[in-house]
Design a protein around this ligand. Structure first.
Ligand code: MG
Length: 372
């Protein structure tokens, strides 16, 4: 059996936050949940111990509820103390220690770590240095190690538990717990040189406030509808605009809303408008497309995103749209809970070219920017 020890007992001092940084949300979920999810997908891992501070435990426990084999261990002031507490609780023969502040860990990294422990007795995730590193004294370079021998060490770091625990016991016997920054240093000092395995550049540590900046996602959508419905208006962004003929559609034919709805769904990594609101479904016959837009917005918000701005380009030979643009902007702003200044609508003709130019239909392109 293998135990994953996830270190979540930090204070977020370097990020300048008043709270534990791994409990902060990034992309709609607490940072800690990313590591939990990755380790829970590896079948060899039978136990997950999340080391947290006593005062954070009430916030951590609900995050563990999807994972019956996960529980908390109260950590100490130093990382060394926290890992030591967890090692004393771990039931696994092998332990993998990981920093919760590295949420981009993948199943492959975890599997490579386990494979290294099985083969070499240890597995420390590391990357070849890309910058030149130097040793200094009083601000002057005294030597520069050969870059091919220099690695930056990450987590996870895997070991046989009995050996790592024995090393930790020596650390505490000798009261050197403040000297070591990770398991690999302790193992190297007391047991043997640990084996490195190559990690992944994406497995970076969220350290500073800017690492938590909201992620932005762009989405693109396009839709076309043909004229031919027997009515004297078309509907664009919920505004009825006089026209010699209406747009053919199962719904109200609001081609602008459809393009924008697709852009919104696409930005959040969701499926398209036809998937959620099929035109074979009688529910959506003559549907108010502004309602579909709002329903799509709900789906996007469920994913932890909200729109920042939307930009739309309408290609139509007729009718003339400029008198209606402000009202269309206001409708979209209301639907997306944005100020009208966050909505752009450009309307143009197609210079008599193609189906748009011949007045046979209208095409709309839309982009949306989402933030978390
Ligand atoms: Mg459509």
């Amino acid at each position: 059996m293998i135990t994953a020890i996830i270190c979540a007992a930090g204070r977020g001092v370097r990020a300048g936050f008043a709270e534990n940084k791994v409990l902060r949300e990034r992309n709609g979920m607490p940072v800690l949940c990313c590591s939990l999810s990755a380790f829970s997908q590896v079948k060899e891992i039978g136990e997950i111990l999340v080391v947290c501070r006593k005062e954070d435990e009430a916030r951590v426990l609900p995050l563990l509820s999807p994972y019956p084999h996960a529980r908390t261990v109260v950590g100490g002031n130093l990382r060394t103390e926290s890992v030591y507490h967890a090692l004393n609780e771990a039931k696994g023969e092998i332990v993998l220690v990981h920093d919760a502040a590295r949420p981009f860990i993948t199943k492959k990294i975890i599997s490579d770590c386990i494979a290294s422990v099985m083969e070499y007795g240890s597995g420390v995730c590391a990357l070849p240095a890309t910058d030149t590193t130097v040793l200094t004294e009083n601000g002057f370079i005294v030597s520069a190690p050969d870059r091919k021998n220099v690695f930056t060490v990450q987590t996870p770091q895997g070991f046989y538990k009995d050996k790592l625990l024995a090393a930790y016991e020596k650390v505490f016997e000798e009261e050197r717990e403040a000297e070591f920054t990770d398991e690999s240093g302790i193992y190297a000092h007391y047991i043997a040189p640990p084996r490195l395995f190559e990690g992944d550049r994406r497995n970076k540590k969220l350290t500073f406030a800017e690492d938590f900046m909201p992620a932005e996602r762009v989405g693109f959508g396009v839709d076309t509808h043909a004229f031919g419905r027997e009515q004297d208006f078309i509907t664009l962004a919920g505004v009825k605009i006089p026209s010699r003929s209406g747009l053919v559609a199962h719904s109200d034919g609001d081609v602008l809303c459809h393009a924008l709805t697709d852009a919104l769904l696409s930005a959040a990594g969701l499926r398209d408008i036809g998937y959620y609101f099929p035109d074979t479904d009688e529910t959506y016959k003559d549907a108010d497309s502004m309602k579909l837009l709002q329903e799509a917005l709900r789906l996007v918000k469920e994913r932890g995103f909200c729109p920042k701005n939307a930009s739309v380009a309408v290609l139509a030979e007729t009718p003339r749209l400029s008198p209606y643009i402000e009202e269309m902007k206001q409708n979209l702003a209301n639907a997306l809970s944005l100020p009208p200044s966050a909505i752009g609508i450009a309307a143009g003709t197609n210079e008599k070219l193609g189906y748009v130019g011949e007045g046979k239909g209208i095409t709309v392109y839309a982009t949306v920017l989402l933030k978390d």
